[in-house]
Write a protein that binds this ligand. Structure first.
Ligand SMILES: Nc1ncnc2c1ncn2[C@@H]1O[C@H](COP(=O)(O)OP(=O)(O)OP(=O)(O)O)[C@@H](O)[C@H]1O
Length: 413
């Protein structure tokens, strides 16, 4: 529907984009993402013929873009720019009706059909109540929605939007993204949207194009593109990428800007005994502090096991909900012996994981062991776990109360 082959874009001699290839289909939403200055708006301007490409080809609905007149293009493609400021004193309805101009004859005025289409578009974008207001008096979010209504009034088959939700509150953000979903699903529009919010991109876009370093760094489905590694490289940010249990789409949590991460360790190794989510914050903080981390024994599907996978922590695992096997126990003892320090989270102990305490006891006294307080309330073995922890403390383990304190304590050792 809109196919791009070997496109490159320049401002003067400044090379902005090159080697851009992608194809699109009717009824899909493509998100253009990337760090500031990576060329997202430039790409959109080139696709909409506002800017001439330095080289390459853009084909819209089977025809080379360079051979399509602006008026003809406006009948198949509508654009919602990043800056929706309008300096004229037009009513919102007048602005929306301007979307009909490409369809009208040279001297024709809008008729009932045009009004009906404009009204429909304004109702879809929840702006009909603003029809008599002066566009220059609207809030940024209201104006954005009016400009989207104008774009829809063009009855395009391709809709390009440059950061359409940047001025909107979260409710209106979802409203616009759901409108986009409706337009592609029910009207078969191809939507290409520049979007900064990676979570909205993951949720509403079928495919993403990640621009970085003058070209496409990654393209594909949201889960193919929004990996920790891709985000790290493009945005210089450390994130957690997970699948949302309710929406089923992936979501991203920002952890840290990479430039602020200053390792505090000399590459020492810590073996972490944790489980049931008690190790998640610890793993992240210890990794951020620069320690090499191992963990175990964890059950597959335990929250901490998932975190370990995200953070590339070498982990000894057993099957979900299974007690620790002799093989895992032996591997855990080996990992404990190989580590410089041992950290024991405030994990609840039952008969399934009590062997982890026996393993820690085996190395206690030989190396620093730090444990997080709270075990007294988390002993589901009728006192056996408490006895083992007391024995570990008797061998010189240090008890602290938080993950932050673990990091501080380790820095002191
Ligand atoms: N008119 C112009 N003349 C010269 N350089 C420009 C022009 N417009 C943009 N640039 C430069 O081109 C590069 C890409 O800009 P562009 O606006 O396409 O990036 P973007 O990815 O949309 O950024 P943002 O996320 O900040 O909106 C930037 O380095 C920018 O400074």
């Amino acid at each position: 529907m809109l196919d791009v082959t070997d496109l490159s874009c320049k401002y003067g001699n400044a090379r902005i984009l090159e080697n851009i290839f992608f194809t699109t289909r009717k009824g899909e939403c493509i998100g253009i993402i990337g760090p500031n200055g990576s060329g997202k708006s430039t790409l959109l301007k080139t696709l909409s013929k506002v800017m001439k490409p330095a080289s390459g080809s853009i084909v819209v609905c089977g025809k080379e873009l360079k051979d399509i007149s602006m008026n003809e293009l406006a009948r198949s493609m509508a654009v919602v720019p990043q800056d929706t400021n309008v300096d004229f004193n037009f009513s919102c309805l007048d602005i929306v009706l301007m979307g009909r101009h490409p369809h009208l004859g040279r001297f024709a005025v809008e008729g009932k059909k045009d009004y009906d289409i404009a009204r429909q578009s304004m109702e879809l974008t929840n702006t009909w109540h603003l029809k008599d207001r002066n566009i220059s008096e609207l809030s940024g979010g209201e104006r954005q929605r009016v400009i989207i209504a104008r774009a829809l009034t063009q009855e395009p088959s391709v809709l390009l939007l440059d950061e359409p939700v940047s001025h909107l509150d979260i409710n209106h953000q979802i409203e616009i993204m759901e409108l986009i979903q409706h337009l592609k699903n029910d009207r078969g529009l191809l939507v290409i949207v520049v979007i900064h919010d990676l979570n909205l991109a993951a949720r509403y876009c079928d495919r993403l194009i990640l621009l970085n370093e003058n070209t496409i760094q990654a393209a594909g489905t949201p889960s193919e593109v929004l990996t920790r590694e891709h985000i790290r490289r493009a945005f210089r940010a450390d994130v957690l990428v997970r699948r949302h249990p309710m929406t089923g789409t992936i979501y991203i949590t920002l952890l840290n800007s990479i430039t602020t991460t200053e390792p505090e360790s000399d590459g020492k190794t810590i073996h972490l005994v944790c489980g049931a989510g008690t190790g998640t914050q610890l793993m992240y903080q210890l990794k951020t502090a620069g320690y090499n981390l191992t963990a175990g024994v964890l059950n597959v599907l335990d929250t901490d096991h998932e975190t370990a996978l995200h953070l590339n922590v070498n982990t000894i695992v057993d099957a979900p909900f299974s007690p620790i096997t002799p093989e895992s126990y032996a591997a855990n003892v080996d990992a404990l012996k190989a580590a410089d320090y041992v950290v024991l989270s405030d994990v609840p102990f039952g008969w399934g994981n009590i062997k982890n305490l026996e393993a820690v006891l085996e190395v206690s006294g030989a190396k620093p062991v730090i444990l997080i307080a709270g075990w007294q309330n988390r002993d589901f073995t009728g006192g056996k776990a408490g006895e083992l922890i007391q024995a570990i403390l008797n061998k010189g383990a240090v008890e602290v109360t938080s993950a932050d304190e673990v990091v501080r304590k380790l820095a002191e050792i």
